[in-house]
Design a protein around this ligand. Structure first.
Ligand code: NAP
Length: 328
């Protein structure tokens, strides 16, 4: 239930011809896989609460839980079909029969079949935003984007998106069919896209959707190698490796100190920074922090309206250079 004091998220246009969407989305991946124990009831309540607070973009992929995440979201999406913008992705060959197969497949026949499977699992007639999850040079870009454009023409998909591509790939794809959104890792700790991908997105009117905006939880100070439970995929990520623990703890401590000084949480500082960075770089930015808990969702949504003082953004500026270990 909304209370009168609650702030609703401001809106940002999706691409050049898409609808206005809540300026923060919700990453749903962890509700089914990768980040430890899941809790379906609390996850479902988190989805409902997100919608109440103005979140409209809900992010999944066919490979999250090997279809389980899309299937989990189906009843929520169907119940709120007009209000929810459901984004899903194709590109990994992973199946229940081959869970360890993370090879990338961009072939037209593969993505056509993948789209049909996602439509069926989500129980919808149309996917609002359909991303190519990863790109491989094995298939010419024109073939994959052409087949994605055919899905739009067939009414199975509304808008197209790409994930983790270069500025040149974004431009080439956009020349074939308008790309509404680009999803890439972007946070206080991971800033590679700022150099040429962000300017290209601005020039083309593409909305940027930063994934892992909390550094997969690391930035919040609450997810460290030692506290990650058995089966948590982050135990295998270089950035969470024990040899980088001490150095990264020091960087996280600086974020915590700055947040404490402002009376906000580290997660809020990280998200507020992304919104401010978007304004500074002229980018339309819709981060998709992932959480399975209502309390954190509320905390994260509130961050979208926090303005950071210049001395704090200046202090955060060099931190990405001090973080040890690759993001993935
Ligand atoms: N395109 C791609 O290749 C790609 C790659 C990775 C992710 N994604 C998408 O991006 C979404 C977000 O990325 P992500 O989940 O990897 O990382 P993230 O959003 O940076 O961090 C998620 C982690 O932070 C925790 N968390 C969230 N809010 C918090 C808060 N206020 N305080 C403390 N901890 C908090 C979550 O735990 P709880 O759930 O327990 O709150 C979870 O462990 C994913 O859900 C997925 O949809 C896309």
């Amino acid at each position: 239930m909304m209370t009168s004091k609650e702030k609703i998220l401001h809106r940002v246009q999706l691409g050049s011809d898409g609808p206005p969407i809540g300026a923060q989305g919700l990453g749903c991946m962890g509700m089914s896989e990768f980040y430890g124990t899941t809790d379906e009831a609390e996850s479902r309540a988190t989805l409902e609460r997100a919608l109440e607070l103005g979140v409209t973009l809900f992010d999944t992929a066919d490979m999250y839980g090997i279809g389980a995440n899309e299937a989990f979201l189906a009843s929520f999406v169907r119940t709120h079909r007009e209000a929810v913008l459901i984004a899903t992705k194709f590109g990994y060959a992973r199946t229940p029969q081959s869970p360890e197969d993370w090879s990338i497949d961009n072939r037209p026949e593969f993505l056509r079949a993948a789209a049909d499977r996602s439509l069926k699992r989500l129980g919808v007639d149309v996917i609002d935003l359909y991303y190519m999850h990863r790109r491989t040079d094995a298939v010419p870009l024109e073939e994959s984007i052409g087949a994605m454009a055919d899905l739009v023409a067939a009414g199975k998909v509304r808008w197209l998106g790409l994930s983790a591509v270069t500025a040149a790939e974004l431009r080439a794809a956009h020349a074939i069919h308008p790309i509404a959104a680009l999803q890439s890792e972007w946070s206080v700790f991971t800033r590679e896209i700022e150099e040429d991908v962000v300017p290209a997105a601005f020039e083309l009117g593409v909305t940027l959707v930063p994934y892992s905006p909390l550094g997969r939880g690391m930035l919040t100070g609450q997810a460290f190698a030692q506290s990650l439970t058995e089966g948590d995929a982050r135990r295998n990520f270089p950035r969470f490796a024990s040899q980088h623990h001490q150095a990264n703890m020091q960087v996280v401590a600086k974020v915590e100190e700055a947040a404490r000084g402002l009376g906000i949480t580290s997660a809020q500082l990280a998200l507020a920074w992304l919104h401010m960075q978007g304004r500074k770089l002229n980018a339309k930015v819709v981060p998709i922090p992932g959480t399975r808990r209502r309390s954190r969702l509320e905390e994260n949504v509130a961050a979208a309206s926090i303005i950071l003082p210049d001395d704090v953004t200046a202090m955060l500026d060099p931190l990405a250079g001090a973080v040890q270990g690759a993001a993935v």
